[in-house]
Design a protein around this ligand. Structure first.
Ligand SMILES: Cc1cc2nc3c(=O)[nH]c(=O)nc-3n(C[C@H](O)[C@H](O)[C@H](O)COP(=O)(O)OP(=O)(O)OC[C@H]3O[C@@H](n4cnc5c(N)ncnc54)[C@H](O)[C@@H]3O)c2cc1C
Length: 223
């Protein structure tokens, strides 16, 4: 299987367990915002361990960016990536992904499921087309919210958070419910983009169906 080797240029922890990695970008390398690739670490014993990660840069940047939640207890690829430094290499494999922008609507993300929306929303901002999109973002606590300040600045009151394990006066509390979606979604006749862990996707799909959102408007990816 073909792959391309890219060197890490920059690494930074952006929450307590999420690392942002920027790499060089191969010439003529292209992807559509929302797409992912399989990545592996270019170290002995790790090259064949491929895992899917989403590009979080916009398509015009000279670098590629990944935003990766690290699971140290899996002793797998995310832990290994978190130990890499600038100058170390990653291997890029096939590009794929189910989530593409299909017009203004509501984005619903759980945890690291935000990553396809980072590239899509940054691209819309870059093109001046963000206006009527909203983001409902579910996390355990405030400390888990990825790129909180950037989303606040991009989306203002269209950035709506819900926390399942922390009560705070400025945030909704609990799991994403039909009531929460119904209160906060802009329109039931616009696309709804959903990305997160499988149990969350299952629940949100049922809630959207209960709200009467037709299935052809649903764009989803399971992490
Ligand atoms: C299309 C797509 C795009 C994605 N994009 C992103 C992204 O941009 N950012 C992001 O953060 N994530 C993303 N993910 C999720 C990401 O791929 C996984 O988090 C990643 O593969 C985990 O790799 P890992 O090797 O660290 O752990 P795993 O592959 O989950 O685990 C390695 C090994 O650890 C063991 N293990 C598994 N679960 C546990 C557990 N709970 N406790 C202890 N041991 C365990 C198993 O033996 C397993 O083989 C995406 C997923 C998909 C499908």
């Amino acid at each position: 299987m073909s792959h391309q080797k890219v060197l890490i240029q920059h690494r930074e922890w952006i929450t307590h367990d999420v690392i942002q990695i920027r790499t060089e970008r191969p010439r003529k390398f292209s992807f559509i915002p929302g797409q992912a690739t399989e990545l592996s670490v270019d170290k002995p014993g790790w090259q064949a361990e491929k895992r899917p990660f989403t590009f979080t840069n916009i398509s015009k940047t000279e670098y590629l960016e990944f935003t990766i939640k690290v699971y140290p207890d899996h002793h797998g690829v995310t832990k290994k990536i978190s130990e890499l430094n600038p100058g170390d290499a990653l291997l890029l494999h096939d590009v794929f992904g189910a989530i593409h922008y299909k017009g203004e609507g509501t984005f619903i993300a759980g945890g690291a499921g935000i990553t396809p929306f980072i590239s899509i929303l940054r691209t819309l901002k870059h093109e001046g087309k963000l206006k009527n999109n909203s983001l409902l973002f579910a996390n355990k606590t405030r400390a888990d919210i990825i790129l909180k300040e950037e989303f606040e600045s991009m989306l203002g009151h269209n950035f709506i958070n819900i926390l399942s394990q922390e009560k705070h006066p400025d945030y909704a509390h609990g799991l994403i419910s039909q009531h929460f979606i119904g209160e906060n979604m802009r329109s039931r006749s616009r696309p709804v983009y959903v990305c997160g862990p499988p149990p969350m996707i299952k629940m949100v799909m049922q809630e959207l169906s209960g709200l009467g959102v037709p299935s052809h408007l649903l764009v989803k990816e399971e992490f």
